[in-house]
Write a protein that binds this ligand. Sequence first.
Ligand SMILES: [Zn+2]
Length: 484
Amino acid sequence: MPNYEAVMGLEVHAQLKTNTKMFCGCPTSFGEPPNTQVCPVCLGLPGSLPVVNAQAFEFALKAALALHCEIVGFTKFDRKNYYYPDLPKNYQISQFDLPFCKNGYLDINVDGAVKRIGITRIHMEEDAGKLVHSDHGGGSGVDLNRAGTPLLEIVSEPDLRTPAEARAYMEAVAHILEFLGICDCNMQEGSLRCDANVSVRPIGQTTLNTRREIKNMNSFRYVEQAIEIEIGEQIGLYESGGTVRQETRLFNGDTGVIRTMRTKEDAQDYRYFPEPDLPPIVITEAMINEIKNKLDELPEARKQRYINELKLSDYDAKVLTDFKPMGDFFEAVLKEGVAPKFASNWITADLQGILKEHKQTIDTCGLEPKAVAELIQLVEKDKKINRAAAKETVFPKMLETKKSALEIATVENLLIVADTGATEKIVEDVIEKFPKLVADFVGGKDAVLNAIFGKCMGEFKGKGDPAVIRPMLEKKLLALREKK
Ligand SMILES: [Zn+2]
């Protein structure tokens, strides 16, 4: 698209990880039998009264602070009226003109360049139920377990220009929500979804053209893919002399096709009006400060701390912060007294590789940081197990049996022979056993040293300490060469 640029804004919907729903005490757990987690409030029965979930409110404030938003002092809920079978009240409780926060931003990183994306507003609302289109003898069923689940809607400014930026933005939002522990970001279960508003315009034009909205995408890949296709379609329309009309569209990830769902209603079609059953909320400085104190360290801050204070490489710091449980595990291993460099090497490289082979992750493998710390110390500090034996035998067996590294190394006879007398005996035996190699070395072929060293390590069957054996062997061989 040499002559056009795309302009996009995303609306990210995140289900908050509270135990109960936004306005009632029903549980929010996923996958329960249909309509078993409902009560008069979330069923919208007459006379029932909503009450704001304090935990959801706290989570919302955390998100606002992490996304650098201004929190407004006075906020209220509104009814967004529309009719749909998964919405028993015929309105959704949301926030219209007074969302609890606005004017934030998030920095994203695309191809090494940092770009700041504005966040227009974040508001709280409740999720709708779900229509189920199978196993109903040709009809559809409605499951209201999800109705009333707390949602945050995070609305970005139209600052995004490419599909890759849109994806990076959504990933960055997910990463922060996950770090805050307020959304599990399980996209398959729908706990993170997004709508994209997309328009294109000739390069140089400063006003915005008509946009179309793609609804309800639940994977990072779909967001990127759908936007790519949508941009192509809109350019096609302009190029062929047509126009783009405002509409709401749906993307099918299996077929890669976007179809029109409805032509877009304007906001006033929803007839928002203040929710009379919920009093407005006054957010005080004290409340904000209390949340600030509870705020966990965010991904970027953690990464910078690893680089500046722990002196890790940029790469290691990134790997440890990309997946929060890995960073948490790393921190716990440090608490056991392991040096940061060793802990980072083992966790990001050695252990990670073995866990991948076993199709596990650090947070689900069942190993305690303390046990892993012990293994690292036995290798790196105490030099009682050699690195290869630790990787090939001890760690896989720890995963399997959950026994300690020391126990496994003892049973497997992998503890490094500490007795230098015994070590020397084995080295001397090897020199005797391979006279041809030894003669070559004595005759001046330095490179043969590696071969003889290999034979020695073989004799030690994985419990030799190379740092002791190699100099010992070299000294003996050089002495033989001297004598000659
Ligand atoms: Zn309920």
